[in-house]
Design a protein around this ligand. Structure first.
Ligand SMILES: NC(=O)c1ccc[n+]([C@@H]2O[C@H](COP(=O)([O-])OP(=O)(O)OC[C@H]3O[C@@H](n4cnc5c(N)ncnc54)[C@H](OP(=O)(O)O)[C@@H]3O)[C@@H](O)[C@H]2O)c1
Length: 330
């Protein structure tokens, strides 16, 4: 029996991982895909690249939507209000990356300062989901996949294992009051941990409407993840560091990473509440439950606090989720 066509939304659609995933999704003919990005010209460039590789007819299945700037809630709302009214069966929240520099940067929103890496990797995703729900653009039974990263449980020698000793420590981190010296990779790890706390909380409250899965394919070489670095550092990261990592089986091609992501998007792997990524101590490998790798992942007090911060900033439409029981914490 043919699989019914799906309606898919992919944020961060101009990224290296996204482009490979789009090619696979198009080849699998899964359905209609909205490629969401922050920059119109970059989206046009992606379209051109895909047409050159796959032909105009295949690419006509894509709808390109600009304005999905994860650091700009007003633009996100406007972009979602411009989408057609057909609900999405699959939502991939894939926008994100590190904020390079020596100093912690902040993002001001409604009189508060937020840690910038966190805003663009997680809070923007929450704002996106809140507006999709408000417009009833999440189909019943939908799958929401939040792209995480192995940094959420630390990577020896690269990213310190992130944790928050208390709810107060989490608040201090979110509102950029932490006195710890800024390290962009540690900040990325912390934001991916917070994305996991968000996805975990969602997984408790979203049933039976949709499911929420946090997923990371493992390290990838050749994507734009290092593009915020000064030119010579970017060159060094791509041409030396990633080459060595690939040689020693520590980083994979964007197409291999995309095949894992697509398996998660199309429902072949993962279920509501999962946190999936590379095995303990590894940067790539068979997809493995991440929960035992950092006890913060399942810390209910941290989950509740982060959810409270996010929903104070942007409430999730209570009409849509009216029949959802309050989450019970042990
Ligand atoms: N590379 C890895 O080793 C690796 C491993 C695990 C997980 N991941 C995660 O996978 C996702 C894709 O990464 P990638 O490696 O493909 O990197 P990438 O090529 O740099 O793609 C990142 C994407 O996120 C978008 N983005 C970044 N900041 C944004 C913002 N403030 N608002 C809107 N869009 C924003 C970028 O948009 P522009 O094109 O406009 O810049 C781009 O589309 C990221 O979440 C990353 O953390 C990466």
């Amino acid at each position: 029996m043919p699989i019914p066509a799906k309606n898919i939304l992919f944020t961060g659609g101009t990224g290296g991982l996204a482009k490979e995933a789009l090619k696979l999704l198009l080849t699998q003919d899964l359905g209609k895909i909205t490629v969401a990005g922050r920059n119109k010209d970059k989206l046009a460039q992606v379209k051109q690249e895909l047409v050159a590789e796959l032909g105009a007819e295949r690419v006509s299945k894509l709808n390109f939507a600009a304005g999905f700037d994860m650091s700009n809630p007003i633009k996100i709302e406007a972009a979602i209000n411009h989408l057609p009214s057909q609900p999405f069966d699959i939502v991939c929240l894939g926008a994100g990356g590190a904020v390079f520099g020596n100093q912690r940067q902040t993002f001001s929103w409604q009189g508060k300062e937020y840690e910038k890496t966190l805003f663009q990797n997680v809070i923007g995703g929450h704002v996106t989901l809140a507006h999709l729900l408000k417009r009833q653009l999440i189909a019943n039974g939908a799958r929401v996949v939040v792209i995480g990263g192995e940094g959420a449980r630390g990577i020896k020698g690269m990213i310190a294992k992130p944790s928050f000793a208390s709810v107060q420590a989490l608040q201090d981190y979110v509102f950029a009051r932490s006195s710890e010296k800024y390290n962009p990779m540690n900040a990325l790890g912390a934001s991916k941990l917070l994305a996991a706390l968000w996805s975990q909380h969602l997984s408790h409250i979203c049933q039976p409407h949709f499911e929420s899965i946090w997923f990371t394919p493992g390290f990838i070489y050749g994507t734009g993840g290092t593009s915020g670095l000064p030119k010579w550092q970017e060159w060094f990261a791509q041409k030396i560091v990633f080459k060595i990592m690939a040689k020693f089986g520590m980083a994979q091609s964007p197409s291999l990473a995309a095949s894992k992501l697509v398996a998660c998007l199309n429902g072949s792997i993962g279920k509501n509440g999962d946190l999936l990524g590379a095995p303990e101590g590894k940067t790539i490998g068979p997809l493995t439950d991440q929960k035992p790798m950092n006890k913060a992942f399942t810390d209910k007090a941290l989950q509740a606090e982060f959810w409270s911060i996010l929903t104070t900033l942007y409430p999730i439409d209570s009409d849509y989720l009216a029949d959802i029981k309050e989450v019970k914490y042990a």
